[in-house]
Design a protein around this ligand. Sequence first.
Ligand code: NAD
Length: 504
Amino acid sequence: MTASANIARAQSYLDRFRTDGVLNHINGQAVPAASGKTFEIISPVDLQPLAQVARGDAADIDAAARAAQAAFATWAAMPGADRRKILHRIADGIEARAEEIAFVECMDTGQALRFMSKAALRGAENFRFFADKATEARDGQSLRAPGQINVTSRAPLGPVGIITPWNTPFMLSTWKIAPALAAGCTVVHKPAEFSPLSARLLVEIAEEAGLPKGVWNLVNGLGEEAGRALTEHPLIRAIGFVGESRTGSMIMAQGAKTLKRVHFELGGKNPVIVFADADLDRAVDAAVFMIYSLNGERCTSSSRLLVQDKVYAEFTAKVAARARAIKVGHPLDPQTEVGPLIHPVHEAKVLSYFDIGRADGATVAAGGAKYDGPGGGCYVQPTLFTDARNDMRIAQEEIFGPVLTAIPFTDEAEALAIANDTPYGLAAYLWTQDVTRAFRFSDAVQAGMVWVNSENNRHLPAPFGGTKDSGIGRDGGDWSFDFYMETKNICFATEPHSIPKLGR
Ligand code: NAD
């Protein structure tokens, strides 16, 4: 389809939000905020209003948490096979509405359709994967010792809070909520205030698929209001959070009084390390893809490019040429590779780093300015800085845009020192043909996830998460259940062991 046909279809999907606003969803009911307050969201494409959104606060969170608590016992007791069926039906519903989800997400976030159409399907895949694990969620181990057998089992924690960011909200919401539901938890979801539309579609799809009322509740609102109230609510047993590192730190403090269990997927400043012996053409493809896809608004983006000095000039020249040729445009244009950034506030942050990088002495090898795109929204040029050092702010701070900082290194020891010299530790990408070095380096690099001769290829049973300021805990496979469930150990005596006789 052409861009103009896509835009017309997107408008038809957005009309309902313009007319009805974006409501909360509590105990199976679409409801406005109890206070009646709303806030306005705009499209990053043209900065025009998209909808009025319910501005939930502590009262709405309280109602949602009580609904989640009331629904918990029945949902937790439902056989895993029955939860499995419902979660597969949610995946069916996502697939049936994939175009609507993708188009709404593009207009709400500015992400390009070529990536968002896959994000909707990946959301369905998340539900199917955890649906199929629902039957084994409660399983445990049998641990024998002389005179005893220990049997472990897992039980769902209770109502949990899920707080998500604005960059790829649909995919991330499914990634966090599907395992919680499969485990038998009930959910209160607080999506990001910049891009709340697809979360509304998701909860509707879930209830149309037969999810009982109150199992999944949605409260929109600001971080300091609804978000904060969710992290402080005594009925909420855990918070699964995806967002900035400093917000994670605030959530930990807010949740301290009620001893919240937390799981944090936070920011990154991920290195891609290219040795001279690598397949350089594939490494160029991967480095370009991992920073400029999803507008660079991606926690696992490879925002630091470390290249061995022998091939640095040649390699960065190729990346610069590709960055200059990237098609920036309307998110619904099928040709678009980079769309507008989420919001003028974020655009201003990203643009400020162009001045910071120059002032610190780096060279702009591509981009480095705003881009005049269709609709006049938050477009910036895909940018490459060369001649950079790792102590520059453009190498230390998460810019969260299509901005890459290239730094040369001479040998493996220096590459490792630079790679690890950051407060973050989410992902690292390594390019070399030397298998021994690949083992040695990936073992020593401080990151929760390392991809060797690969871009970010996900395998859902594998663990996902970061070290240092990039997070606490792992998602994926059984790791997700460890977070959403409590492990119980039951010890049976198998023979009459001697019991110390006190007070005889
Ligand atoms: P953010 O931290 O500003 O906001 C995330 C969510 O937290 C929003 O819903 C917001 O309303 C809420 N929030 C804000 N203050 C809060 C408070 N005091 N209490 C409770 N909730 C609060 O993040 P963002 O700007 O929306 O998203 C971008 C960030 O997310 C980047 O740092 C990015 O790296 C990170 N991210 C990480 C991953 C990962 O898996 N590691 C994935 C995607 C994004």
